[in-house]
Design a protein around this ligand. Structure first.
Ligand code: NOJ
Length: 526
């Protein structure tokens, strides 16, 4: 690994495989669909793609329930399609990160089927977290502890012989027991399987999970904390110190072992963790030099539209990663959260703020992770209840993550907007009014969000690898975030009145300028 490893400064584009591009007309995106759109991604100017799980899966959590970690689900293609995708992505200079789901398997995984067949006390059950309830009477449906699933309800499901198994997510996603040596051994083989095929890295699902506090003690949330967790738009725990299922110290040994494997391959293979932690300091533990290369920084995403909050996240993040020599990451949207145009208020204001926040993020040192469709300025869609597919929505009865997962509009005037061949709506219906938002419509319009993203990524390339990691925050007023990084000054106006520009020549702005920097606008100056 060199100091200038590619992932330290990358713009990585998240492809939600079901919703990116459909090659065969079944209304669900697939691997050949991604390959067909690589020229679009190259023109956009991204350095890498992260592809969400395409492995064999019954799709109860849309691929985050894996039945075979070493094969491609027929919905998405074949192993040979992945090989083609890798080859062509690399030919375009785009690296490929794949998703790894180690916290749980699908209930359809051979191990879980064997566990059900083998019965209580068997080595097969020992790969998962099977427990007896507190009461020996099987008809007394009291689970082994009070843990709640992230998707709502008890985190325990009962099997016919009376035992319970833990599932921190859907009941179809049984949690593995990472204290059983067969589990880490299996995942080390899986890592090697995909590294041998040529992937450039892994995104680690629920990286702060895996280990649970020994004895599985009750979670100790107050009612207020519990309510706050359920109300949060975020998937992660907000009070991990009271939740014995997250962020246990043993998890770091796993990442040390994985780092040794990654380092044994050429060309800077990497891993980025989805670790929802309480603060930047606990996040930094995941990116110590012998552990994961990066971890998503969800604190940027969860900041309000506030110069002070953005500034605090920058300061804390940089200080925390500096302690361990890590590389910061920034993210505003993904397939689990409400799209940031909508979070910032939607409509014209929401879009202006989204563009401005994105531009500010792109000026920071480290890597930025973009989510498909944000370059088109897509908003969260209010998906009709009849079309809800997200297990979280189906369990809680509240709108879930379907609204950010609507298939992309590529071209044309009506659904499926070039998402795939044919004329039917895709797996989640697209709004009829998306014709002005297609990639085709925006490509020719210099003022479009797509054109803005292309300009921003191109301008970023002129300084991203050379501007250094030092960020100096400047004071231009409480509502204005201003920082200098190398030759670039970035300024973001979170207030309601136009403010004076800092000194310099404007390299790029996120929207029209007047005699200063208007509200909800960002600029880079050199
Ligand atoms: C995080 C993934 O991003 C999310 O989509 C999934 O539902 C959970 N992990 C469970 O795997």
């Amino acid at each position: 690994m060199t100091d200038e490893a590619w992932w330290r400064h990358a713009v990585c584009y998240q492809v939600y495989v079901r919703s990116f591009a459909d090659s065969d007309g079944d209304g669900i995106g697939d691997l050949p669909g991604i390959t067909s759109r690589l020229p679009y991604l190259a023109e956009l100017g991204v350095d890498a793609v992260w592809i969400t799980p395409f492995y064999t899966s019954p799709q109860h959590d849309h691929g985050y329930d894996v039945a075979d970690y070493r094969d491609v689900d027929p919905l998405f293609g074949k192993l040979a399609d992945l090989d083609t995708l890798l080859e062509q992505a690399h030919a375009h200079g785009i690296r490929v990160i794949v998703d790894l789901v180690p916290n749980h398997t699908s209930e359809d995984h051979d191990w879980f089927r064997a566990a059900l067949a083998a019965g209580p006390g068997s080595p097969e059950r020992g790969r998962y977290l099977f427990r007896d309830g507190p009461d020996a009477v099987p008809s007394d449906a009291v689970p082994p502890n009070n843990w709640e699933s992230v998707f709502g309800g008890s985190a325990w499901a009962r099997v016919p012989d009376g035992q319970w198994y833990l599932h921190l997510f859907d009941a179809t996603q049984p949690d593995l027991d990472w204290r059983n040596p067969e589990v880490p051994a299996m995942f080390e083989d899986v890592l090697r399987f995909w590294l041998d095929r040529g992937v450039d890295g892994f995104r680690i699902d629920v990286a702060h999970g895996l280990f649970k506090e020994p004895g599985l003690p009750d979670q100790r949330l107050t009612d207020a904390e519990r309510e706050a967790n359920l109300a949060a738009d975020l998937l992660g725990p907000q009070h991990p110190e009271h939740e014995p299922m997250w962020d246990q110290p043993e998890v770091h040994d796993v990442y040390r072992a994985w780092r040794r494997i990654l380092d044994s391959y050429p060309d800077d293979r990497m891993a980025v963790g989805e670790a929802w932690t309480r603060d930047a300091a606990s996040l930094a533990r995941y990116v110590r030099p012998d552990e994961l290369h990066q971890s998503f920084n969800f604190h940027w995403l969860s900041a309000d539209w506030s110069a002070a909050q953005f500034a605090a996240v920058i300061t804390e993040t940089l200080a925390a990663v500096a302690l361990v020599g890590g590389s910061p990451t920034w993210v505003l949207s993904n397939h689990d959260v409400i799209r940031h145009v909508t979070r910032y208020g939607g409509g014209t204001v929401g879009l202006a703020r989204a563009r401005a926040a994105t531009m500010t993020m792109l000026a920071l040192p480290g890597s930025s992770y973009l989510y498909q469709g944000e370059e088109l300025g897509l908003e969260e869609v209010d998906v009709d209840r009849a079309h809800w597919q997200d297990p979280q929505a189906l369990t809680t009865g509240k709108p879930g993550r379907d609204g950010c997962r609507v298939p992309l509009p590529w071209s044309g005037d009506a659904p499926p907007f070039g998402f795939g061949p044919g004329s039917d709506q895709p797996w989640i219906p697209q709004p009829a009014g998306w014709s002005s938002l297609t990639a085709e419509a925006q490509a020719e319009d210099a003022e479009s969000t797509l054109a803005f993203y292309r300009r921003a990524l191109s301008a970023r390339r002129t300084f991203a690898t050379t501007a250094g990691d030092q960020v100096e925050l400047l004071d231009l007023g409480a509502k204005v975030l201003t920082f200098r990084r190398g030759p670039v000054t970035a300024v973001l106006n979170c207030g309601t009145t136009t403010v004076a520009m800092p000194d310099g020549t404007v390299l790029l702005a996120s929207g029209p300028l007047d005699d200063g920097l208007p509200p909800d606008t960002a600029a880079w100056l050199v």
